[in-house]
Design a binder for this molecule. Sequence first.
Ligand SMILES: *Cc1c(COP(=O)(O)O)cnc(C)c1O
Length: 505
Amino acid sequence: MSPDEFRRHGHAVVDWIADYWSSLDQRAVLPAGPPGAVAARLPPRPPERGEGFDRILADLDSVIAPGLTHWQHPGYFGYFPANTSGPSVLGDLVSAGLGVQGMLWATGPACTEVETVMLDWLAELLDLPARFRSTGSGGGVIQDSASSATLVAVLVALHRTGGGRWREHGVERRHRIYTSTQGHSSIEKAARIAGLGDDAVRAVEVDPDTLAMEPAALRAAIEADRAAGLVPTAVVATIGTTSTTAVDPLPAIGEICREYGVWLHVDAAYAGSAAICPELRYTHAGLEYADSYCFDPHKWLLTGFDCDAFWVADRAELIEALSILPEYLRNAATESGAVIDYRDWQVPLGRRFRSLKLWFVLRWYGAEGLRAHVRAGVALADRFAGWVRADERFEVVAPHPFSLVCFRLRTRAGAGDSRAPSSTDANANGTDADANGTGAELDRANAELLDRVNGTGRVYLTHTRVGGRHTLRLAVGSPYTREEHVAEAWRLITDAATASQVGRS
Ligand SMILES: *Cc1c(COP(=O)(O)O)cnc(C)c1O
């Protein structure tokens, strides 16, 4: 493809994306086909001869788009958002066009230096502790995902608590990692990859109302392990758990980590973006105790996947843990010690110029624009929670400091129940489910409600379990989502509740 052909087809592709974004509202959020439907429409063999670009674009419309979940759809409320934006896509396009591989400073200095500065900019925007900045002892790096950030944190923690033996002799089976029962699955995965296995991960109890880690339970687990000759190695605390966005109490957890010399990694994959708003920064109190911290601009900060921002308070320790310098990578800049080689900050050697999309996003929106995006999501979630609370058939089952609301039907028969709404979140324990039918029946009613609502094609919500009970999640985050879309979701939910009640009586 010559540069001129690229120019022509490139314009057509940008048009295609712009048309896609402007027509999202007219599409069903979820794909219709059964498993294999997309694969069945692809030829079994690659073409022998090259094809015209128009044919490729046409198949985007007829084969690919119908087989997708539309994550940018204004009615998309599933999991957490994975939003993107014009400046992010264009920054990524430039990165792809440059084709730079930034494993070393020397293999593309701007690729490294822009990343360092962007992570300092983000640290400034989130008001992170000074020790995470590259101007101090720490620094930031872009990982592909929060999962990789957790893995890297675990590896450095092993290096630290292993007294240097880990690098030469590998992992000892005595290391233990702590997270709450609500911690993300990537923590167990990191333990497996690190060679520790699932047994090394201790699930610490949470407060039944807030679903945040119980510091006393953490202390007890650490003490018990020490008494058994095991080595408490890392605590992974969460700001905004995946299930309900619970916030672990960092000040108390941080004190315990300091007392026992345990690495503290803070996983704020989704909720970290909230810290750009001063009024939401209270969720990050105690972060000064952390040895490492990460959040995903690719979830809620208008930056397309993949972009996890990861910081350490002591970069020397990280580099010591992961650096290996073969002859073919030796160069004067590295030897001088004056540059950052990001290959030492991650698992792979090679890396893309991912900071370019971040640079485009931060400059296009400015801090103000990004704050407005986060605030809009929080306000819409608040409004939705208000509607849920005002309808006695439903209950909000967990605090909702960000843009996720966890809720469910309180009674199997929906509107037929005249019981006054409960004033507390005690229902999160599922203890009173039996007053209105068995817990299993309620679970079934909630699952059916979710299926009905998602079956309309207008919105998409996902579920979790809270206090052992099937719970619906509505997460706001698409830049296209406005109040009318959240209101439509609520109308579809209440319609479905009414229909299921009519169907039963
Ligand atoms: C989404 C999420 C992750 C995993 O994110 P990736 O970037 O996809 O690896 C980890 N932790 C929490 C709390 C999350 O919400």
